[in-house]
Design a protein around this ligand. Structure first.
Ligand SMILES: Cc1ncc(COP(=O)(O)O)c(C=O)c1O
Length: 380
């Protein structure tokens, strides 16, 4: 891991031929602290959004203590960095034996199920009396760009029985839902919290913990999301009834914590008029653009170690692989004279980029650096 004052210093020193991913620790810190201060409950970082060790370390240094993990591997990645980190095993599907291992070796206490058969399988592996088991409820909202309930989640009508079965197993029952990812309206959470309140009202026992999942969006160029404070305010007001006594909300933000603090530096390999071919693309750091949502990231260009200025033009960007689909969906404004060897820095690219990249066609970079100067900011 190398540290640099700013991107120019990094380019001067490394003159990289492969993509470089720049972690801005002060941006991660601000982003995490804003979420921790604003969300009315416990914040679990969704490791799937970016599991890079430097990013995990920076989030931990910023005060994040709880982690939503989808696999034993993610749990181990977190625990290797911080043995005190509290990991939640929040995937209803796990490798056989993984839940037992997580409980026995990593002290994992929180698990999730969405079906009676999944519950039976889980309680064969773990000591339920030492566990909190979330029943995951299927909820949806038209404002979610990726829906997350067609695969996982029990119908709200089946939730009372599933929660009762969790109690019968000797575990503490809890409720979880995930409205989706890139959820564009705070109302999505309000509706799902209302359904939760109805479900919990039917129970003869108390459910203390309600996990309202991830999905908090970010604005990208040409793609505008409501401010995060609107989500916090709507959630706080909808959840009042759930927060009485020892009631607690949990959130699983991935994108909201990981997107702003990372940039990707790619080099131009070929220019054909208004088309630029880069050493990174849809199988690399642009992985998040494969859905019909945001179509580009904010950019700035460098020649050598100097920022390029001057008239700009609109360009189409392509990745280095043979696949025609390896093309950024949106056009970006870049200096008109940009050419082979120049660098482009892409901002807001910390979510579902490093954790999604592949080595398809042999293109893969693992160069992650830190940009230390508080004055240095990624394109936004
Ligand atoms: C269970 C669960 N929690 C949290 C998240 C994080 O979502 P986001 O990055 O939109 O906050 C996801 C995303 O797929 C998820 O499946």
């Amino acid at each position: 891991m190398s540290n640099f004052e700013n991107v120019s210093a990094m380019l001067r020193s490394l003159q990289p031929r492969e993509p470089v991913y720049c972690v801005y620790p002060h941006v991660y810190r601000e982003t995490a602290q804003e979420f921790l201060a604003g969300f009315p409950g416990r914040v679990l970082y969704a490791v799937k959004a970016n599991n890079d060790p430097t990013v995990l370390q920076v989030l931990i240094d910023s005060g994040v203590e709880h982690f939503d993990c989808a696999s034993l591997v993610e749990i181990e990645q977190v625990r290797e960095i911080s043995p005190e980190a509290v990991c939640y095993f929040m995937n209803p599907v796990r490798l056989i034996g993984a839940a037992r291992y997580a409980q026995e070796n990593h002290g994992v206490k929180h698990f999730v199920v969405d079906h009676p058969d999944g519950l039976a399988k889980l309680v064969k592996e773990i000591d339920a009396s030492r566990a909190v088991i979330f029943a995951r409820m299927a909820v949806s909202h038209e404002s979610a760009i990726w829906e997350l309930s067609s695969k996982f989640g029990a119908n709200p009508d089946d939730m009372p029985q599933l929660l009762q079965s969790i109690v019968d197993c000797g575990a503490e029952p809890a409720l979880a839902f995930n409205v989706g990812s890139l959820v564009m309206s705070p109302d999505a959470y309000v509706q799902s919290i209302d359904i939760t309140t109805t479900v919990l009202g039917q129970l003869p026992f108390r459910v203390r913990l309600v996990d309202i999942g991830g999905g908090y969006p970010k604005s990208y160029p040409g793609f505008s999301a409501p401010p995060i404070e609107d989500y916090f305010a709507a959630i706080r007001s909808a959840a009042q009834q759930l927060l009485v006594d020892d009631g607690e909300l949990l959130a699983e933000p991935g994108r909201a914590l990981s997107a702003p603090g990372l940039s990707a530096i790619a080099q131009v390999l070929l220019r054909k008029d208004d088309r630029l071919y880069l050493n990174d693309g849809m199988y690399g750091a642009f992985w998040d653009l494969r859905y019909d949502a945001q179509d580009r990231f904010p950019v700035r260009a460098y020649r050598g170690d100097a920022l390029m200025t001057g008239d700009s033009e609109s360009f189409r960007l392509y990745g280095p692989t043979c696949d025609s689909g390896d093309a950024m969906p949106g056009k970006v404004q870049l200096p008109a004279d940009i050419d082979v060897g120049d660098y482009i820095e892409f901002g807001l690219i910390g979510a579902y980029s490093l954790s999604g990249r592949t080595d398809f066609n042999g293109f893969y970079s693992d160069t992650v650096v830190k940009i230390e100067s508080p004055d240095a900011l990624p394109p936004a």
